[in-house]
Design a protein around this ligand. Sequence first.
Ligand code: SF4
Length: 343
Amino acid sequence: MNLFGMTLGALQEQFAELGQPKFRARQTAEWMYQRGARTFGEMTNLSKELRQKLSAQHEILRPEEQARLDSADGLTTKLLLRFADGTAVETVLMRQPYGNSICISSQAGCNMGCKFCASTLHGMERDLTTGEMFAQALHIQDFLREEGSGVDTVVVMGSGEPLMNYEALLGFLHLMHEPYALGMGYRNFTISTSGIVPGIYRLMEEGIPVNLSISLHAPNDALRSELMPINRKYPLRDVVEAGRAYGERTKRRVTYEYILIDHLNDGEEHARELCSLLSGQLASVNLIPINPVVERNLLRPSPERIRHFETMLQSRHINVTVRREMGTDIDAACGQLRNRHMN
Ligand code: SF4
């Protein structure tokens, strides 16, 4: 049985079956999650007999690093991690001025069908488990530890729609928070959703103050449905209403992501519509100039158009930032590395 990714409670059950006290389970968790142990043989404060028993009956299954790309400026590292069944996912480390931020995947591929996204081109292969999401974070934590640092913030914004893999996501958040694992505060997590309305309300009820990021990308239903098919099921007004409720209940600022696409959603009328949609809400807008998808004729607006859109939002008192680009020289756009691997 694979012990990696188990909570302390689940490990204690396994150890009880071996006739071992609970503290042995905690020691093992700390070896696996805090000290980077990949074999039981490394766990030198367990007896030799116990280490042999564990090695005979259990394993510590971690994903393999299939590919690793470092950006020329050294700030971004993109990894393709492969699990035992051959499924591969992307995980990214961004060394930001405010700390080390990682972006993890919640599903292998995605079936949401967003027009601008490479992760959905092959559909969804499968959901990831809590342990597989955790393994992505720990993979990066292990090599950061050698540099004398660690993971500071986590965004669940890689391939997949996290709120469609809800139980595994919740397990991941709890495991990352546990003191025997990474001990990270919930405020250091951001969950990015394409707007799964029931999932937003469910997350709101959990009582954990994680940040929410909602992909809007268009200020009206007609255009949003064209770009994001999920809008036909959960239309814009319901999504924004769920975002408002989430912000009010959790007291966390909700971020609306808005990919800017040349002459598609970046006009003055779009800026005005977006402002009226969000007026009165404690929210901020993150403008993301698109990584061009030439086959679909989705191109990046000029710097002047981007600046003008930003200014229009600012003049209407919307808190707005333009996303700093990182790692474009290593295909940082979601899904591109995995697609190359699959092809
Ligand atoms: S943007 Fe997110 S939700 Fe949309 S297809 Fe890509 S991974 Fe899925």
